[in-house]
Structure formats: C-alpha cells, structure tokens
Design a protein around this ligand. Structure first.
Ligand SMILES: Cc1cc2nc3c(=O)[nH]c(=O)nc-3n(C[C@H](O)[C@H](O)[C@H](O)COP(=O)(O)OP(=O)(O)OC[C@H]3O[C@@H](n4cnc5c(N)ncnc54)[C@H](O)[C@@H]3O)c2cc1C
Length: 413
C-alpha cells in the first residue's frame, strides 16, 4: 500500500513519519516550493513567524526526538519570563505556571484569591463565555497574564476568545515542567523542517514540492484518483490518502466537511541585528509588540491576534515596534548594541495564521470521512487550539486511523 500525504506542513510531516514507522510506503505532495506550511523558513532562512513550544506539548517534543531535533530547542528563560510593562515601567520575571507563584517575585500582577478562583473556574464544566467576561472582575490579572496567554495560545482577542478553550490550555500547564517555554535555537528550517524531511527520506518517503492537489476522484464512496494537475495519480484498492491541509483547502476538496471559516492574522517583524549572544525571549505589555525573540541571527517580534496592525507597512511596523524592543532589551540588560534607530526590518504577515477560537466552534470533522482517506491539520482536534502540538497529534491520529483500518481488513481477509 502507498499512502499519499497531501500537504507537508507539520501535520503532514507527522502523519508521514507515523506511517513510515508503521511500515507503509509514503508519497508526500506539497503545493508550495518548500515544506513547513505555516511553520516554515522563508527563502532567506528567517522563520515565517516565531514559534514557541511548551513542556506540555508532549507530542511535539516526542516528534522532535523522533527526527533527532530535540537538542535544537532551547529554554531561553528558565528563571521566569522577563516581562516589561510599557505603561507603568514595571519589569519583572513571571512564572507561566501557578506552581511558580509561591515566589512573590515571579507572580504576575493581579494575583489575588478571587482572581485565582476565576482561573480555577476556567477548568470547570459550564456554559462557555468570552475570556474578557470570565475575568471582568479581575482586570489586573487579565491584563498581566490572561490576555497575553490568550492571545499567544488562541490567537484571538479576549473579548471573543472562548474561556473553555483557554481552560483546556491552562489545565495542561499544571504538570511538572509543563510551562517550560522552548524556541528553536537556529530556526524552523534547521531545527524542525529539515530534520523531519531528512528522517522521512531515510525511510524512503520523499517530498514532491510544487505538487498541488486540485481535486479528488471518487468512485463507490472511496478515493480512486488524485488530480495533481499534469496527471491523475491512481489510488489502488490498497492505497490511501491523508489530507493534511488547512481548512479552506480541505473543504474545497470535500465540500460537506465542517470547518472553521474565520481566521486571525499574526504579524511578525524581523530586525537584522547580527550579534553573538544567548537566545532570549521577552514579553511586553501595553505596546504593539507582544513577544521578542533575540537570536544571534536577528530579533523577531510577534503580534498575535493582529487584526488592527496587520495592515501596517514594513517601515510603520518597525518604527512603532523597535523603540519598545529597545526599551525592554535595555531594562533587562541584554548584551550588545541597541541603537535608537531601527535596524533594517521586514514584516511577515500571515493573514490566516490560525482559526479564531471563539464561542460555538464548528464540530470536529470525522477523522476518516472516507474509508481510504483520513484528515489531519491543526484545526481537526476539538480539544486543543491550532498549534504545532495539535498539528502533530492530528497527523499521528490520521496515520493511526488508516493503520488500524488496514489491520482490520487484513484480519477480515
Ligand atoms: C506566524 C505564526 C506563528 C505561530 N506561532 C505558533 C507558536 O508559537 N506555537 C505553536 O504551537 N503554533 C504556532 N502557530 C501555529 C502553527 O504554525 C500551526 O498550527 C501549524 O503549523 C499548522 O500545521 P498544519 O500542518 O496543520 O497546517 P499548514 O501548516 O497550513 O500545512 C498545510 C500544508 O498544505 C499545503 N497545501 C495547501 N493546499 C494544498 C494542496 N491543494 N495540495 C498540496 N498541498 C497543499 C500548504 O502549502 C501547507 O504546506 C503559528 C502560526 C503562525 C502562522
């Protein structure tokens, strides 16, 4: 049997790896010139956007081990996240997990018995409401911790974001080491996509780029062919397909699928600042910049849920963000030169970075809508927000669904 995996984003790479490890022959098709999807290196090596993982992302960390890339992901701030509040000038290190708040110095502003209870209530069943409503009586904790976490994890403004979905994220931060924040030391190319492709190639699974699936040929309720433009790739009775596509592509090919239709942008601004030094990660409150990743190869700034700023041109974005970055770098004593004038910068705009995680999400789609076709993609898991973790779990679930169907068929035969 050959399994054709369509889409070489993280979900497709994870599906392909699980399938080759399960003994299948895999062909990987990707429409773009490179693999990685929304988590990729641009032609100059810059990441399309900063990607952070947490210790709670067990599937993602296991995947990194499987592709031999775990060492490339480092914890830049083991002593707590340095956070500068640009409005009131306070600079502190904040523990992301409540387990670290026993130390008053690492507690975010606004932690009181009442606000802790509001956090705990997120974990309890009940009708869903927006994060802003859930913390209406705790504006300090909302501003200092809950809003930055919501925007980072759900990429949705707090007035719209689902408190239930945030509760699912926070529950996962409770375990030991779960709130450790990790970033790629060099970048998404060398620390994720390239090792994944190399591992797949070792198992005989090669990637065909520039290969866009235009349509599915179906007969008798099964996929019998893939329209790849130049030719139709026949799908034999023992073959199968994984669609590891973003929702708008999945629904184009299978129009009855329930898919999220509203997406939120992320703006990333990359400053060319070449300077040796450790990898650092800072948080900012009260400005445009939210997270700042400092690496020897440059400084990358993230603005999530960027509805209001994604339209800024490169120089406007750099002019607004650089003074904020510089102030934070100086306050936390980051080494090197931080000139008043912005270094050359460019903005990368991912307009459909993730689905919006609001109230009343569409139901999760079936994992195997056709007997020989399984779905993967960060949007296909109901429990998790659209992240690397969700993408990897979805890819592994799609592979498992096809492998167990194949095993059942073998027993029946
Ligand atoms: C700027 C940014 C920052 C982010 N930050 C984080 C973060 O810090 N932590 C985190 O965990 N997550 C983060 N995410 C989310 C994460 O990147 C995504 O959840 C994940 O990459 C989705 O992977 P996927 O494989 O499901 O989808 P995609 O990456 O969209 O992969 C789908 C692939 O299918 C290809 N394709 C599309 N149509 C076709 C077709 N017809 N035929 C063949 N191929 C096709 C696409 O080119 C793409 O390569 C961020 C996303 C963005 C954009």
């Amino acid at each position: 049997m050959t399994v054709h995996v369509i889409g070489a984003g993280v979900a497709g790479l994870a599906a392909a790896l699980a399938l080759v490890r399960g003994g299948q022959r895999v062909a990987l098709h990707e429409a773009a010139p490179v693999a990685g999807g929304r988590c990729r290196a641009l032609p100059d090596g810059t990441d399309n956007g900063t990607h952070a993982l947490l210790g709670a992302n067990r599937a993602a960390l296991r995947f990194l081990v499987q592709i031999g890339a775990r060492e490339g992901w480092v914890e830049p701030e083991p002593g707590g996240l340095p956070v500068l509040d640009l409005e009131n000038g306070s600079a502190r290190r904040v523990a992301l997990s409540p387990l670290g708040w026993g130390d008053a110095a690492r507690r975010p502003e606004g932690v009181t018995l009442g606000s802790l209870l509001a956090l705990l209530r997120l974990a309890l069943p009940g009708p869903d409401r927006s994060v802003a409503d859930a913390f209406a009586h705790h504006p300090k904790l909302l501003r200092a911790l809950v809003e930055p976490l919501t925007v980072a994890a759900l990429n949705t403004p707090v007035g719209e974001a689902s408190a239930r979905r945030l509760g699912a994220v926070l529950r996962r931060l409770g375990g030991k080491g779960a709130a450790r924040l990790l970033v790629a030391r060099q970048g998404l190319g060398p620390d994720l996509v390239a090792p994944a492709l190399a591992t797949l190639a070792c198992h005989g699974a090669n990637l065909r780029t520039g290969s866009r699936l235009r349509g599915l040929v179906q007969e008798g309720g099964r996929v019998t062919g893939l329209d790849l433009g130049e030719a139709v790739q026949p799908i034999g009775p023992a073959d199968a397909v994984v669609l590891a596509l973003p929702p708008w592509e999945a629904v184009r090919l299978l129009p009855d699928l329930p898919v999220p239709t509203r997406h939120a942008p992320i703006l990333n601004v990359h400053f060319n600042r070449l300077e040796e030094g450790p990898v650092r990660f800072l948080g900012l409150l009260g400005g445009l910049a939210q997270w700042v990743l400092v690496r020897p190869s440059g400084v990358s700034v993230t603005v999530s849920a960027a509805d209001d700023s994604v339209g800024l041109n490169d120089s406007e974005a750099a002019a607004r963000i650089w003074p904020e970055v510089r102030e934070a770098a100086l306050r936390f004593g980051l080494p090197g030169d931080w000139p008043v004038e912005s270094p050359p910068a460019r903005a990368v705009r991912e307009r459909r970075a993730t689905p919006r995680h609001g109230l009343n999400p569409p139901p999760a789609p079936p994992r195997r809508p056709l007997p020989n076709l399984a779905l993967a993609g960060d949007w296909t898991l109901a429990a998790l927000p659209a992240t690397i973790e969700a993408a990897i779990r979805s890819g592994e679930a799609a592979a498992a669904a096809l492998l167990s169907a194949q095993a059942r068929q073998a027993v029946a035969a």
